[in-house]
Design a protein around this ligand. Structure first.
Ligand code: FAD
Length: 473
């Protein structure tokens, strides 16, 4: 009987602990992916993630077929589907890599218990993180809520590269005699019209992930510390969707960034550590997506304005940097990290809209959407999370623009209607004289919106609201 290899957010063949364990069993391996949108506690994937998943599964399917195997695709509630597959194939062993998001790990616990009750051997393996969330603790034995000590502990904890020789993919797939039926790969692909350009920006799948890492190591990591804050240039690795879908091992990314060989390695590793930190927080605080960590924020007087929210989502706030970023997100499924901070701050602190609305939009439109990263980062910007930016640090969208897009190249790329403005004018078109606007074919309110709010006033209102909830006068 075959061993069942259950893929989730670990869509790779190299350095995949569950696959390595299944290979050691020496039995035929039946790889399966289940799209479960029904089980309790399951959050439906966002649409951009569904696009990525369809592409990544296609790649995995091809890679397994080239080795002589088949990827079995099913939809439905996970436990019932796994039981069906066990009945159909007589499998008596299941391998999978753990997950730590609380809804996912609760579901896994139930599944493990039920399948073991059925008499199956079930083995879970290390997921795509640098540490297990219970391994690192404060001196008081609590979980870590502050990044710097967490980072210190994590850096000491991650073993040297010698202990981590990346196991390669198998040369041939240990094939089953009888393969169960599989859904057609086309049914797992999802291409809403708006995602049609995503493929120009991304190559989902393991080969694309490896290519991205190599490219970054050869041509990006040395300048990473000095270039990572400028959205107009490719100063970061853009590995996030590949890591979110487990197409590359985070250990491989960590160890291939060698501090002795490249000057940006420590800065890059620090960002990988943030990824672990956020997962650590979500594991220990399952309400991350529902409740601010800081209790006083639970009564924050947010506004409900569908029109304001829509202007933000569609990149029509009248603040060019914010709008460029929101359009980059819509057109590519990704947004630069600094821009995520700027747009999130704008939504929460200028527009006074609940961070959860922003989290929901990002969840739907990011190809790297990940509950821990998205939830923790939104709480961080809102000032209500762990080790968060203080609420009163409110980004000024014009100053950010001048500082991080000094030539206006990023704005020109995503807002072509402003392209004719000079580097000095482009950050605040409303301050450009009428005759100059006319000469550049810009009509405020017609070709590009006027600002939907006054930043200085919005800032005062936000600070007053903050004083109200924090009891400060
Ligand atoms: P690099 O700078 O090359 O960093 C390397 C890797 O480190 C990234 O791929 C990512 O896995 C990790 N990383 C980098 N920055 C962070 C960070 N601030 N927090 C956690 N991990 C980080 N990242 C996601 O992967 N999924 C999300 O859903 C997500 N939502 C976010 C929402 C908001 C409001 C903010 C401010 C940030 C969010 N991030 C999220 C974090 C960060 O913006 C992205 O990981 C980063 O922009 C990805 O680009 P990169 O791969 O080029 O990063």
């Amino acid at each position: 009987p075959p061993s069942l290899l259950w893929f989730r957010r670990d869509l790779r063949l190299t350095n995949n602990p569950a696959l390595q364990a299944a290979l050691r069993d020496g039995k035929p391996i039946m790889p399966v992916f289940i799209l479960d949108e029904e089980s309790d506690g399951h959050r439906r994937l966002g649409r951009a993630s569904r696009w990525w998943l369809g592409q990544s599964l296609t790649e995995l399917d091809t890679a397994i077929a080239q080795l002589g195997g088949r990827l079995i695709l099913r939809t439905g509630p996970t436990l019932a589907t796994l039981r069906e597959l066990v009945l159909e194939t007589g499998a008596c062993m299941i391998h999978f890599n753990r997950r730590y998001d609380p809804p996912g790990s609760n579901l896994d616990r139930q599944i493990i218990e039920a399948l073991r009750g059925d008499g199956l051997a079930v083995e879970d393996h290390a997921p795509n993180y640098l540490h297990e969330p219970w391994q690192l603790q404060t001196n008081q034995g609590d979980f870590c809520k502050v990044f710097t000590p967490f980072w210190r502990r994590l850096s000491q904890h991650v073993g040297p590269p010698a202990t981590h020789r990346a196991p390669r993919a198998p040369h041939a797939w240990p094939a089953c005699e009888n393969w169960p039926s599989s859904g057609a790969i086309e049914h797992f692909q999802y291409k809403p019209a708006w995602t049609e350009n995503f493929a120009h920006h991304w190559q989902p799948g393991e080969a694309g992930a490896r290519h991205r890492l190599q490219h970054f190591l050869e041509d990006g990591i040395d300048d990473y510390p000095s270039k990572r804050d400028y959205p107009a240039i490719e100063g970061t690795s853009r590995l996030s969707p590949h890591l979110a879908w487990g197409e590359i091992s985070v250990h491989e990314a960590w160890h291939s960034a060698e501090p002795a060989k490249c000057s940006g390695a420590v800065a890059f590793r620090r960002e990988l550590a943030w990824r672990d930190f956020n997962m650590h927080l979500y594991f220990h605080y399952p309400d991350l997506l529902r409740q601010p960590w800081r209790e006083n924020f639970r009564k924050f007087p947010f506004r409900k304005s569908a029109a304001m929210l829509k202007a933000w989502q569609q990149g029509r706030t009248g603040f060019p940097l914010v709008d460029a970023a929101m359009r980059e997100l819509w057109q590519t499924g990704w947004m630069h990290n600094r821009m995520r901070m700027v747009t999130a701050s704008f939504l929460i602190k200028d527009q006074l809209i609940d961070w959860q609305q922003g989290e929901t939009w990002f969840w739907d439109t990011l190809v790297d959407a990940d509950p821990a990263q998205n939830g923790a980062n939104w709480q961080w910007v809102a000032g209500c999370g762990f080790d968060a930016a203080p609420f009163f640090r409110i980004f000024n969208p014009v100053i950010q623009s001048v500082k991080f897009d000094p030539q206006g190249d990023y704005i020109r790329r995503w807002i072509p209607e402003l392209a004719a403005l000079s580097a000095k004018e482009i950050h605040q078109p409303w301050a450009v004289p009428e005759d100059r606007l006319a000469a550049t074919n810009i009509q405020l309110d017609r070709t590009y919106p006027r600002p939907i709010l006054d930043h200085a006033k919005a800032r005062q209102t936000a600070l007053a609201a903050f004083r109200q909830v924090s009891g400060r006068s």
